[in-house]
Design a protein around this ligand. Structure first.
Ligand SMILES: NC(=O)c1ccc[n+]([C@@H]2O[C@H](COP(=O)([O-])OP(=O)(O)OC[C@H]3O[C@@H](n4cnc5c(N)ncnc54)[C@H](OP(=O)(O)O)[C@@H]3O)[C@@H](O)[C@H]2O)c1
Length: 336
């Protein structure tokens, strides 16, 4: 087995450790021999489903501290607790992407955490961001970018990791296909492409930012192994793995436009519908924009310019899901 131990074990505070990638990052940091402390909510997980014991079981080898990441006093008292830390690793993100929550979490909580980290002697922050912020059209992307800028100007060393699509975001239709339903695609299913990255491969990449000098003070777009794949190819592989004839249902992007417009108008009177309109805008974004590096000169997405890391492929994950060897926590970002 490959020796993953760090040549310089550090004291690391992790935010967002109960999320999909946070768990993988915390695991990778522990594996490398770092001294890992995770600052989490007393009730964590989707809809607060995890109590303190559940969170501890998810994060073996890490120390847990509990408090409120939105409260500067709690960050100083409960997270850093007046002690010295070497690094801050954040996989913290709004679970819904709704504008108010995104500005509170992806931006403001990070601003407070950065200030508290400086006080604690932290010299390097590894930030999980998203590749889609390179073309910001949505509130959560602006919130993430605003913090990215503050981190870059903070004087602290940074590694801003912008991954492509996660497996969980591309696995929502496995059950549909298994049960004989058609695979839903926008347009012809070839409007977009991505280089899916597994949770574990991304966790490793984030953890290795602490030791790899060439990942310091850089914005790092990153995808998984292999070629970029379209939604249509995802469907074709799923049908092949399930031993079924491919069957696609085409959803016009214009349908999303109608939904966005209707919810937007109604949202002026009923605010919960405005939030739903933003979620529909998020859906439209992913239906039409690729999760690949955008070439600023041509305005086109470029698979070859999108770096790859890791070993696990989405199609291996599909096989594991179909055979019951893996399960997906889909969370609140799911479109299909
Ligand atoms: N899905 C994709 O394909 C994709 C692709 C590229 C980039 N990304 C980006 O990757 C990031 C992380 O994704 P993920 O799937 O790992 O996220 P996730 O599973 O939704 O986890 C989010 C983490 O943030 C924490 N958090 C959220 N609101 C909080 C609050 N008010 N107080 C304290 N903690 C809070 C959650 O804690 P609790 O457990 O307490 O809720 C959880 O630990 C996001 O920024 C996303 O934009 C996603």
């Amino acid at each position: 087995m490959k020796d993953t131990s760090s040549p310089h074990p550090r004291r690391v505070l992790v935010l967002g450790a109960t999320g999909t990638i946070g768990r993988a990052a915390a695991r990778a940091l522990v594996q490398r021999g770092h001294d890992v402390t995770c600052f989490v909510r007393p009730r964590a997980g989707v809809s607060g489903a995890l109590n303190a014991d559940d969170s501890a079981r998810l994060l073996p080898g890490a120390a847990l501290r509990f408090g409120d990441v939105c409260d500067p006093a709690s960050l100083a008292r409960d997270a850093f607790a007046g002690e010295r830390f070497d690094a801050l690793v954040s996989c913290l993100a709004s679970r819904t992407g709704a504008p108010k929550d995104a500005w509170a979490i992806d931006h403001l909580a990070h601003v407070h955490a950065l200030a508290a980290a400086k006080q604690a002697g932290v010299s390097h922050m590894v930030l999980l961001s998203a590749i889609c912020v390179q073309k910001p059209l949505l509130a959560f992307q602006h919130a993430k970018l605003a913090f990215e800028r503050e981190l870059m100007q903070s004087g602290m060393d940074y590694s801003i990791v912008r991954p492509t699509a996660f497996f969980k975001s591309l696995s929502g239709q496995v059950e549909r296909v298994r049960s004989g339903k058609p695979f839903l695609i926008f347009g012809d299913g070839q409007l977009t492409a991505c280089k899916p990255i597994s949770d574990a491969d991304l966790g490793d990449y984030l953890a290795d930012c602490l030791d790899q000098g060439d990942r310091r003070n850089r914005v790092l777009p990153i995808g998984g192994p292999g070629d970029a794949i379209t939604p249509r190819q995802q469907g074709e592989h799923l049908f092949a793995l399930a031993g079924r004839e491919p069957k696609f249902k085409h959803v016009p992007v214009a349908l999303l436009d109608v939904i966005i417009k209707t919810l937007g108008v109604m949202g002026r009177v009923l605010p919960p519908l405005a939030a739903k309109a933003e979620l529909a805008r998020i859906g439209r974004y992913y239906a039409t924009e690729s999760m690949l590096v955008l070439n600023p000169d041509t305005g086109r997405y470029d698979a070859d310019a999108t770096p790859s890391t890791g070993r696990q492929t989405l199609f291996e994950h599909y096989a594991d899901l179909l055979q019951g060897r893996a399960a997906t926590e889909r969370g609140d970002h799911a479109v299909f």
